[in-house]
Each structure stands twice: as C-alpha cells, then as structure tokens.
Design a protein around this ligand. Sequence first.
Ligand code: MN3
Length: 377
Amino acid sequence: MKKKVVLLGSTGSIGKQVLDVIDWNRDKYEIMGLSANTNIELLRQQIHKYRPEKVAVVDESKGRKLKRLLDGKTEVLIGNEGMEDIIDERADIIFISVVGITALKPVIKSIKLGKRIALANKEAIVTAGGIIKKLQREHNGEIIPVDSEHCAIFQCIRQEKQGNVERLILTASGGPFFGKTTKELMTVSVEEALKHPNWSMGKKITIDSATLMNKGLEIIEASWLFGVPWNKIDVVIHPQSIIHSMVEYIDKSIIAQLGVSDMRLPISFALGYPDRKINRVKRLDLVEVGKLEFFKPDRTTFKALDYAYKALQIGGTMPTVLNAANEVAVDLFLKRKIKFTEIYEIIEGQMKRHVPVFNPSIEDIINIDRQIRNNLL
Ligand code: MN3
C-alpha cells in the first residue's frame, strides 16, 4: 500500500526536494494534496504530474486563476483555511514545509488527527511548542523533524533513555559572515547575506543563517522536540556542515550524525521512518572532506543566540515575539529598508517591551504575533 502524503508548501525550496524524494519512490508514496502560496505555474505542473485530489493556494486571486486553468479533476481550495482543509484524515503523512507562523494551524490540525507530521517548519514549534507537544501526547501523533540538526538528534537519540541525555550539541555552519565584526556587518548587502556557503535554501532561512537566528530558533525547537532545557543545549560552529548535530550522554559519550549537506537526506528519513529508503543523495566521502573543524560561536557579534536562550528561558509568549520581530526584520532587510545589524536591534527592542503571557493559548500566540507585526509596520 502506498503511503498517502499531503504536502504543504510544495513550490518552495523544501517542497520541491520532497517531491524529488517521492519521485525516487513512486511505488511507495502518492500525493493526496499540495499547497502553494502564489506560484500557481509550478503548482499546475505538479498537479499534472502527481494528480492530487485537492490543492490549496493561499493567495486568493492566484487561487481563482488556477481554478479557471484546471480541468476540474483537482479541487482547488483557497486561502489559509484552504491550506488547512487539504489536511485529510485519510493521509498517512502530512509534510509541512511552509515557512513562518502560518504553519501553526495546519500543525495543530494534523497533530489532532494523530498523524505523522514531517515537520520542516520551525516557527510553529518555536511559538507553540508546549501546546503541540501536549496535543501530540493526547492524540498519539508523531513528529519527525526534517530540520537537519533535529533530524540528526532524532537519529542519535532513538534508542536512548531521556534521563541519560547530558546535552544536545547543535552544529552551525556559521553562515557567510562567520568571523566578521559588528562594524563589518553594518555594511553587508542583501546579496552577500544570501550567499550561504553550504546549503541551498529559501531566502528567509538563508538570512536567518547569516544572523545566526536560524540557530537561535533551532535551540528553542530542540528544547521542545526533545524535552531538554535551555542550559543543556549548546551550539558549535562547524563550517563543513558534515556533522548535522550531536548528543552527549551522561557517560560523556557523544553520538553524532554525519552526511552531505542535502536536505533530501532528512526528507527521505522523515518519510521512511522507521525504515530507511534507498535514495540518490551523494555518498559522504570523508577523505575528500579531509578535516572537520569546530569553533565557539561569537555571541557578542551574532546576538541572535543570546536572544533565543533568553526567550526560551523566559518562556510563555517571548519566543513568539522573538520569531515575529525576526520575520518582520528579515523582510525589511530583504527589501533593503534596514541594515543587517538593525535586525538585531528590532528583535531586542520588541523583546524588551514585551510582557509575556504564560501558558498561552493558540489565540494568545496569534494575537501577540499580529501585535508585534503591527508595532513594526
Ligand atoms: Mn537547520
């Protein structure tokens, strides 16, 4: 029996790579639903190839346009509600590869169905980790992280008792600005920030890698996914991006997961788990890599790590503020309206002003997210 997959965000960077992996295993997976934000040209090609029952287009006018272009065999749903509506209880795997907090409601719906979520989105778990984990326990759902670091930790931790974990060690490439000073960072351009040394990803996450906010969000993500407190999560700069993360145990033994920097590896794992699927990812040649280096992150220059630890330590809605302020700031930077270093200033300013709500509901999180965006308009 083929596994039925609903893929949210099929036209984005991760979504396209999910379809690559599915192409390698067409006898094992079938696509039930797809969603896109605005790229209906690519979505139309995907519909033609995979013949899903339903698709969703978040942009309303693009959605209506797509409806007119199709033959009527595929149902087209519109808006954020449409994206939620294609999550079907007959699906085996809900693959969530949309960027940003818009993934929150789809994640909540999927986890309530008790399904496997292959989670490539960070923001939902960063802002609502407590709620998601509680629902996961209640509904017996399954979350397989696709973020390469968390997928690595998931693999390192599989057979181990929670109590034996001493700390998680997240690796970071350091991004394009590793080694730069604050003064140098003030004048970097959008083009320079978009040049990631190892990974090919969407724009938002590439800027987050340059500021180290990506790693900051990943600290919070790891804390919720693996139930490990902030003071037991470390970050080490590893420019080769070969070790995707590590777990240290109480006996000082460290287990690491290694592989080439190709997102199709964690995607393949998340689709196949607990099985492993043969794929076309390049084999890691350690001799060719030659050396693996590790450095301490510069937390004075790249302040994002400290903001994330702080947000996680405070808890409640503080991670929501961190995330929303960062999303807006990155967008402003990409539009060339602010300097790179102002991303940090915006985040710090919003966090300082915020009085956190503890044990927030989904509505609290959505309201505070909106409030932060309004503050910054
Ligand atoms: Mn990552």
